[in-house]
Write a protein that binds this ligand. Sequence first.
Ligand SMILES: [Zn+2]
Length: 281
Amino acid sequence: MAKSQSVRVAASRVLLKLWRSIAFSIRLLWNLILALATEERCRLCTRYIDILGWLNEVTAADTVSPAYLEHLNATSAAICHTCWHSLLLNKPIVSRYSVDDTKQLHVYSGIGYTESMKTLVRRFKYDKDLLLTKPFCSLLLREGTNIERADNLILVPVPLHWRRKHERGYNQSALVATAIGKQKQIPVVEKALSRRKMTEPQNKLTKEARQDNLTNAFRGNEKLLRNKNVVLIDDVCTSGATLLECTREIYRCGASSVLGLTVARAVLIHQEVENAEPIDR
Ligand SMILES: [Zn+2]
């Protein structure tokens, strides 16, 4: 009796192992087909993502690690395993700006604006590479960029002027905000803030021109902003001037609090930034 039971246990173990290896082979084959069919390559090193990623894992262990599956989920196969991990070596950054005498704006950025990030942001903004939405969302929500649960919490993307949005076809910050809203179950209120002026890129202007460029550039919707705790979302924070101007308008419309979240933060060395004191962490 005991003998037949142990035979059954051994047989079921063998079957389980067999099933696991069959399932693994099917997934490997599926990824191979997928990679060849879509020709999806890493946006940074241009190697095929799935083939290399999966084969690397096969050599590392005989089962696919949960960490790798998580990685696939986070990047949706736009960035390979190796490049993703080297990106993550850059730590999140927190910056503080004075809104007025009593209020400060804290901006949490997932990563520094490195050369790799410049490449990715360029593809995201100008080449319609929307598969990067997921990895950008993951970078933005890294350790240190947690959004606190609060009543009346809303996500507001930094708006584009309607003409620029029409040219590009989308607002990149709104895409990231939507992905975060979905993940964290927080409403995204794109109409809470609009851009009235077609502003020039801030980095091409002098200090005076920069302030002039942004003055009255944004218009908030009081009905949508009153008593709200606002998380302002942008792709890259350069001098912080755009986020500050948006924050002032959001407070003018009666919001309770504002917090900034950006995917990347350009740490400027020679540029004067008024009222800004970036802190690395
Ligand atoms: Zn790569």
